[in-house]
Design a protein around this ligand. Structure first.
Ligand code: PA5
Length: 448
């Protein structure tokens, strides 16, 4: 059963329900493009049936390999950037003890490299790895992305020095393109176990391939339940390719209606810090998919109530171009109550005995109403609890919601041509062969 619930009551005051329903023909047409593979980017639709098509043997192979890596690693390093790490991180952090690393929890602790080029971060990481037993996955579909490639050079040298070349080979996993690409070539020549990122699955839609599944399994999270959750949402989506009866379609239609009415920034809101990276994953998925041809909703994110003390003022009273999408978690896993204090100097005794989750939910309700009163429409997406099943459902919900949104917007939701601009400049400034003309022009602009 689908447990993700969508509530648009606090949107209808801005966009009447009928106006959202008027997008139904666009939803139906977008669905047709997806399932008939007739839209732009139709060679990148492999994610659509990933949950239902992954086989038991494939899952078992990942689980067994993950178990072996878990046995010999205190730390597991995921090297990747963008879609090659955000999905795994979103799932892992949503289900890991908040203080796992300091709490003596048994490992392996999953940590990340190659998601930027910070020298200090990388040096600190190598300090840590000097002292820990570790394994790593290098994840890059293209195999040539600068950030993870630099990190892998450094970590490959480190792990080989630490364990010797033979043992290092058993501790390195490569997840990359099937046949093309530098990383595949290296994996084959070094004899690393490697997994394939299917040709027809783009990075930001790849969390349910080994890109996400292997690190998630290494973190000890049930990939079966995650896939099962996604499967349920996939089945619903395929069965109901219209707004009525389909929360994904409602969501996509509502955000398109809001965008057309001038709401061009979507803020994903969570009240659980463990969903921070889920929001990061959402930002990448929607930002790279929709933001092109001078259009697209700008995806942002906040964590409440923390950010009510920083971004709350802007959301309440700044430019009225915002709408919020709240991920609301009904039940916490742990139970904590506000204690009674004899002096009541902080005047909190009126809530003594209440669970923190109840206070958190009241904060959510109060904030929603305040922001709605301030002109910010609110989409509420609730799940009963954070679990592999519900997170799996949410993953597929947002993937399909993104594809529908991109087609309704009239863009190709599966390419990212704009990402190349910074790369070209960086290569030119670093003196890469073939970029000589740009190097001179850029240096002149920088006054060098
Ligand atoms: O979603 C995408 O396609 C990108 O964000 C890529 O995942 C990212 O650029 C990393 O690419 P690669 O896996 O080729 O290193």
């Amino acid at each position: 059963m689908i447990q993700v619930k969508l509530n648009l009551e606090q949107t209808f005051g801005f966009i009447p329900k009928d106006e959202i329903l008027a997008w139904d023909k666009h939803i139906i047409s977008a669905y047709r493009k997806i399932y008939n593979k007739t839209g732009a980017g139709n060679d990148f639709l492999g994610w659509v049936d990933l949950p239902s098509s992954i086989t038991n043997q494939e899952i078992e192979a990942i689980e067994n390999h993950a178990a072996e890596l878990r046995r010999k690693s205190e730390v597991f390093v995921v090297i990747g950037i963008g879609g090659s790490y955000l999905g795994a991180r979103a799932v892992i952090e949503s289900m890991t003890h908040h203080f796992a690393q300091l709490n003596g929890n048994s490992g392996p602790h999953v940590i990340y490299a190659g998601q930027h080029i910070s020298e200090d971060y990388t040096a600190d990481l190598l300090d840590l790895l000097d002292k820990k037993d570790y394994s790593l996955a290098v994840i890059s579909k293209s195999g040539t992305t600068t950030e993870p490639a630099i990190a892998f050079r450094l970590l490959k040298a480190h792990i080989e020095k630490k364990y010797g070349i033979e043992e290092a080979r058993t501790r390195i996993v490569a997840i990359t393109d099937k046949s093309r690409g530098a990383l595949k070539q290296l994996a084959d020549s070094e004899g690393y176990v490697s997994y394939v990122v299917p040709d027809d699955v783009g990075g930001r839609y790849s969390v349910l391939t080994p890109v996400g599944l292997l690190p998630i399994a290494v973190a000890g999270i049930s990939i079966r339940d995650l896939i099962e959750g996604a499967r349920k949402m996939e089945a619903m989506s395929r069965a109901v390719q219209k707004i009525h009866g389909n929360p994904i379609a409602w969501y996509a239609a509502a955000r398109q209606a809001l965008y057309t009415s001038g709401k061009s920034v979507e803020i994903m809101v969570n009240y659980e810090p463990r969903l921070f990276y889920f929001t990061e994953w959402f930002k990448q998925l929607y930002g790279e998919s929709e933001g092109k041809e001078n259009k697209g909703i700008f995806p942002a994110g906040v964590g409440f109530t923390t950010d009510l003390h920083s971004m709350g003022q802007y959301i309440q009273e700044g430019l009225r171009v915002l709408f919020e999408t709240v991920i609301s978690v009904e039940s916490s896993q742990r139970e904590m109550r506000v204690p009674m204090a004899e002096s009541d100097l902080d005047q909190l005794n009126y809530i003594a005995g209440k669970r923190l989750s109840e206070v958190n939910h009241k904060a959510e309700q109060g904030t929603t109403l305040a922001h709605v009163d301030g002109g910010v429409p609110n989409i509420r997406i609730s799940i009963p609890e954070i679990s592999p099943d519900t997170i799996g459902q949410l993953i597929y919900f947002f993937e399909m919601g993104c594809a529908l949104s991109g087609y309704m917007l009239g863009v190709n939701p599966f390419d990212q041509p704009g990402v190349e601009a910074y790369k070209k400049n960086m290569f030119a400034l670093l003196g890469k062969k073939g970029f000589e003309t740009q190097t001179a022009a850029l240096k002149a602009r920088l006054g060098e």
